[in-house]
Design a protein around this ligand. Structure first.
Ligand code: BEZ
Ligand code: FE
Length: 247
């Protein structure tokens, strides 16, 4: 018989689930309800949400390829690929509601070298906590787009401050969140994927220091390392941070 990684993991998973069943005297009726629950979550369009809310942060933490450089974060269910390269780093439309936010920093290697021409693929909630393509009333592809790091490794993005938001909590994922005693709030954040052909792709999130939900993030992803201070400029607020890629 050929042993495989999938086989090894499946064997361990079955064993772990078996222990939980024994510990809680799981009945056949409960087993059937659990199967129905997963079907309902998928039918409600919550396949990614359910897994990302409860498991993705564990996977990010267990991935041995993500030990150095900027701390990795969950991708979550609201990413859309193939968004356009932005003109002059303008992520927000001129009439976008909310406080203006200037985002700046450099893309660096773990040795401290500058990385030019890296692609930074940003997406974020708006000032009401809504994501385009997932919430009603938001213009198509709003607050999604890419910039490149310049020849000195620096980047500059003009946007609005995203709001804290609740992940969808009226369906199966919300029922489970409540059952384990978690609220559904995420701290305010920017999502970014950083890509460069000579380095490993980084998926992370940027939070703001002092956010009340950093320590109780609904999806248990937020990390103090990634919570940066906000300062004021003429237009609104600024946040600065470096993004460090592994070779
Ligand atoms: C998000 O930040 O977009 C997210 C991550 C995990 C689950 C739900 C939302
Ligand atoms: Fe998000």
């Amino acid at each position: 018989m050929i042993k495989s990684r999938v086989g090894d993991i499946t064997t361990d998973l079955i064993q772990a689930i078996g222990k939980v069943c024994e510990k809680h005297n799981i009945t056949h009726d409960e087993y059937r309800k659990a199967i129905d629950f997963f079907s309902e979550a998928i039918d409600a369009g919550e396949r990614s949400l359910l897994f990302d809310a409860f498991l993705e942060a564990n996977i990010v933490a267990s991935d041995p390829t993500k030990t150095t450089g900027t701390t990795a974060q969950v991708l979550g269910p609201f990413y859309l690929p193939n968004m356009p390269l932005l003109d002059n780093g303008q992520l927000a439309r001129p009439n976008e509601a909310g406080e203006r936010l200037t985002v700046s920093g450099s893309v660096l290697s773990t040795e401290g070298g500058i990385i030019q021409n890296a692609e930074l693929d940003f997406w974020q909630a708006d000032a009401e906590g809504r994501y385009s393509s997932f919430n009603e009333g938001v213009p198509q592809y709003n607050l999604r787009g890419k910039i490149k790091s310049k020849t000195d490794g620096s980047f500059l993005l003009q946007t609005v401050k995203p709001a804290q938001y609740t992940i969808p909590d009226q369906g199966p994922t919300g029922i489970l969140l409540k059952a384990i005693g978690r609220h559904s709030w995420r701290p305010a954040h920017l999502h970014v994927i950083v890509r460069h052909e000579d380095y490993q792709t980084l998926t992370t999130q940027i939070y703001f220091r002092g956010d009340e939900y950093l320590s109780t993030d609904a999806v248990r992803a937020a990390n103090d390392d990634l919570a940066f201070p906000l300062s004021k400029n003429e237009e609104g607020s600024c946040v600065a941070f470096n993004l460090i890629l592994r070779e």
